[in-house]
Write a protein that binds this ligand. Structure first.
Ligand code: SF4
Length: 396
């Protein structure tokens, strides 16, 4: 399968030039925010998400948010479902990637979130918030999000927004001020609001992301944070007032074209950084996942040099980065062999990987300790050489 071919996504439109800008970079200009056009109505957004059917739990369909979403997609067929977790012919790995992509593009699920626990993290964020979605319209070959429902995992939107905001508000009030700075943030408690999806894509569907961003404006001791691989200029309108950190995930474009299916090209993510900063976001970068393959060092050096070239000083002055080395998984490896074996040439490297029990008890595969330590050293040196302004928050 050719990466990015047909309706596989944005990446196939990108030329091989490291920094030839695609349509999305132009779409990210602040002028879009002023002329009333909304990106989620544009053909470029519809290539990613063109909803024709909505599975909904009855309570979710009846809720205000549910009705707003259903009204946004008036052509979509509404199908009642007992549980957003159990829709057998939607979830799972059966079939081929064309089917998964069609499901991701054309299907939404509406449900009510049942759990509202807030977990400590300490790496990317201080806390993991209960998210307002699960699933993603993109299809990165290394993604861990589908581990519970399978690769054909369309976006489930949770409609009981008030309960999630209520649990966040109580937690933030309960923990009080952050007394000691840590690598997550000097002053604010950082809450990751997008653990199981991509908040930029969720904003094409509903105001869930907007509601979270607006809520964090009211919480001076806290900050929202989410990683994204999608440039959505509609987010520029939300006036986060510095209380939301957007983390653009980047990797060498040649890796991204192979692995980041249906995402915005890496040059477009970098091109959007200044617009997001100017719109009131804190802008960080996730150097992730770092995939060790022949020539990876040179490719990362080129990417870091390109970041140094294209990012304006005001972005550099506030930027920080997370380094996240690839975590893979035997089940995902088997799935990928069926539809995208070229990805596995770089993702599955048993000669340098070892099994590791994850926090949730499943067995993953990570680079061996010595390999990983050496890779972190190498990347740290490359940052020092090519982008010394980039503070590394942590490496994992
Ligand atoms: S953008 Fe994130 S959540 Fe979506 S498929 Fe890629 S890694 Fe998974």
């Amino acid at each position: 399968m050719r990466q990015g071919s047909g309706d596989m996504g944005e990446q196939g439109d990108e030329s091989d030039g490291l920094f030839s800008m695609g349509d999305l970079a132009a779409a990210a200009s602040p002028s879009d925010a002023a002329d009333g056009r909304r990106f989620h109505d544009e053909p470029r957004a519809r290539r990613l998400l063109d909803v024709t059917e909505i599975y909904a739990e009855p309570a979710a369909a009846d809720s205000l948010r549910g009705r707003q979403i259903i009204a946004r997609f008036p052509e979509a067929r509404l199908i009642e479902t007992d549980s957003h977790w159990r829709i057998p012919h939607l979830h799972g790995n059966e079939g081929n990637v064309e089917r998964w992509v069609r499901v991701k593009r054309e299907t939404l699920v509406l449900g009510e979130r049942k759990s509202f626990g807030i977990r400590p993290n300490g790496r990317s964020a201080d806390w993991i918030a209960p998210g307002l979605s699960n699933g993603c319209a993109m299809a990165c070959a290394y993604c861990y999000v589908p581990r519970r429902k399978g690769f054909a995992n369309p976006i489930t939107v949770f409609t009981n927004v008030e309960r999630v905001l209520g649990s966040l508000g109580r937690h933030i009030a309960g923990v009080g001020r952050k007394e000691e700075p840590n690598q997550c943030d000097s002053h604010a408690w950082v809450y990751d609001i997008g653990e199981n999806g991509d908040c930029s894509v969720d904003d094409l569907i509903s105001d869930n992301t907007a509601d979270l961003i607006r809520a964090f404006r009211r919480w001076p001791t806290a900050k929202a944070s989410f990683a994204t691989k999608f440039v959505n200029p509609d987010l520029l309108r939300l006036d986060p007032q510095g209380r939301t950190r957007i983390r653009f995930s980047v990797m060498p474009p040649e890796d991204s074209r192979l692995l980041d299916i249906r995402t915005s090209p890496v040059p477009d993510r970098l091109a959007a950084a200044a617009d997001f900063l100017d719109a009131g976001y804190e802008v960080h970068f996730n150097l992730s996942p770092v995939v060790i393959r022949p020539g990876w060092e040179q490719s990362w050096a080129d990417l870091l040099r390109a970041m140094d070239d294209v990012l304006p000083q005001r972005v550099k002055d506030q930027a920080a980065a997370e380094i996240i080395l690839l975590t893979h998984n035997e089940d995902l490896h088997q799935v990928n062999l069926g539809w995208h074996p070229r990805a596995e040439d770089v993702l599955w490297r048993q000669d340098i990987q070892q099994p590791k029990r994850s926090e949730n008890g499943s067995w993953n595969v990570r680079y061996r300790n010595a390999t990983k330590a050496q890779a972190v050293d190498t990347l740290s040196r490359l940052i020092e050489e090519q982008a010394p302004w980039l503070r590394v928050r942590y490496a994992f």
